[in-house]
Design a protein around this ligand. Structure first.
Ligand code: GLN
Length: 381
């Protein structure tokens, strides 16, 4: 039987490994990016209400109209545009699915897809499983993983069909500026290259910074698929629900695959989110997580971990541990969990091959007491 792997990524998922090691070791878990605090009670009530009200059967293929409409209203208001409407928004079972389905819709076997390391772990396998040829651009820890436009330019070839980017970035917390988008548009020019823009942390942005969504870039019109996650904004990662925004032509390409991959998405969750969008405070998640980021940074000031650039957005902050240990990052993360009872994610998880950077990622989407206790442990090293 031919059971050849369909991709070259690790078969073991480091996020699950570190969370289960944290459980086994009874450690404070700052590894996997999932909140450990309760969700808004109003949202929980709306989900219950949806089930009782009978929203339990297949919703329309592109998503409940009320939800797509409210997303459009919200995005148009936020970015002062009239781009969004129910024909350019599609509800999906989460961003990982959106990336995969966008690739299936847009690329053909043998076409190249550029992605930038450090990169979230699903990018590489999603490209390969879809028959694409991954072309990685490795950004350097020495430059704090700054975008290297020369390297990106060199990665573009006749066969390039798409580039996958992420803003705000997991794990660096970097937010693409308008100038970054301009640079990318210059490189793409008239070429038929699509941009898959992973923007799942679009609402978790700190220090008054602004998110610049891909779908609104004028010089990339009709080329960008922006993908979003309710999981991050509303702390409901387990609901597995998000949405995609793209031009009508790209949306219809996406939907033509989507309808045969999953057809539709969890109905009561869509109902609950449609209603909740009318009542929530859009700044709340950012406000709450900025306080958590600052708490963690403050608590770790007296530790021997050295902070990299302060996270501008996302759930994460990177730290250098070279003053503590020479261990490779995965070994260090395991040692830290076992010996000091704090679980983190080694930065190598975001690279095709292990790195020698001595950096770990800490997730601050955790209860304050967990951040305080974890930091207390980390200060002992
Ligand atoms: N996106 C989250 C993180 O970066 C969860 C990843 C996962 O569990 N696959 O930690």
């Amino acid at each position: 039987m031919d059971l050849k792997p369909k991709h070259s990524a690790s078969s073991l998922n480091i996020f699950s490994i570190m969370t289960s090691l944290a459980k086994k070791e009874n450690a404070w878990n700052l590894s996997q990016g999932l909140p450990d605090y309760p969700i808004a009670p109003e949202l929980a009530d709306l989900l219950k209400e949806a089930v009782v009200e009978g929203y339990n059967q297949y919703p329309p293929m592109p998503g409940l109209k009320a939800l797509r409409k409210n997303i459009s209203i919200e995005l148009n208001k936020k970015y002062q545009t009239d781009f969004c409407n129910t024909d350019v928004v599609t509800i999906t079972p989460g961003a990982t699915y959106s990336i995969f389905t966008a690739l299936t819709s847009l690329i053909n076997r043998g076409e190249e897809v550029i992605y930038l390391e450090p990169a979230f772990d699903c990018y590489l396998p999603a490209i390969e499983i879809n028959g694409g040829v991954p072309v990685k651009v490795t950004l350097s820890a020495v430059d704090n993983f700054a975008l290297d436009w020369q390297k990106i330019k060199e990665a573009i070839s006749e066969k390039t069909k798409a580039i996958l980017i992420n803003t705000p970035h997991n794990p660096t917390g970097y937010i693409w500026t308008q100038e970054d988008w301009r640079q990318l548009a210059l490189l793409i020019g008239e070429k038929d290259i699509f941009v898959l823009s992973d923007e799942v942390y679009d609402n978790i942005i700190f220090d008054g910074k602004k998110h610049n969504p891909g779908f609104l870039q004028p010089s990339l019109e009709g080329k960008v698929v922006s993908l979003y996650s309710f999981g991050k904004t509303f702390h409901i990662t387990g609901w597995k629900i998000g949405y995609v925004v793209a031009s009508e032509a790209l949306t219809s390409a996406f939907r033509s695959v989507h309808q045969y991959l999953t057809f539709s998405v969890n109905s009561p969750a869509q109902y609950a989110l449609a209603r909740y969008l009318e009542m929530y405070n859009p700044l709340e998640a950012a406000y709450m997580l900025q306080k958590k980021r600052d708490l963690l940074i403050d608590e770790l000031k007296k530790s021997r971990l050295t902070k990299l650039d302060t996270s501008e957005g996302s759930y994460f902050q990177l730290y250098d541990y070279s003053a503590i240990s020479n261990l490779p990052d995965t070994d260090f993360a395991k040692w830290l969990t076992t010996e000091y009872k704090v679980a983190t994610i080694p930065l190598s998880a975001f690279f095709r091959f292990p790195q020698n950077d001595k950096i770990v990622r800490l997730c601050f989407a955790k209860r304050d007491e967990v951040l305080i206790k974890a930091a207390e442990q980390l200060r002992k090293i």
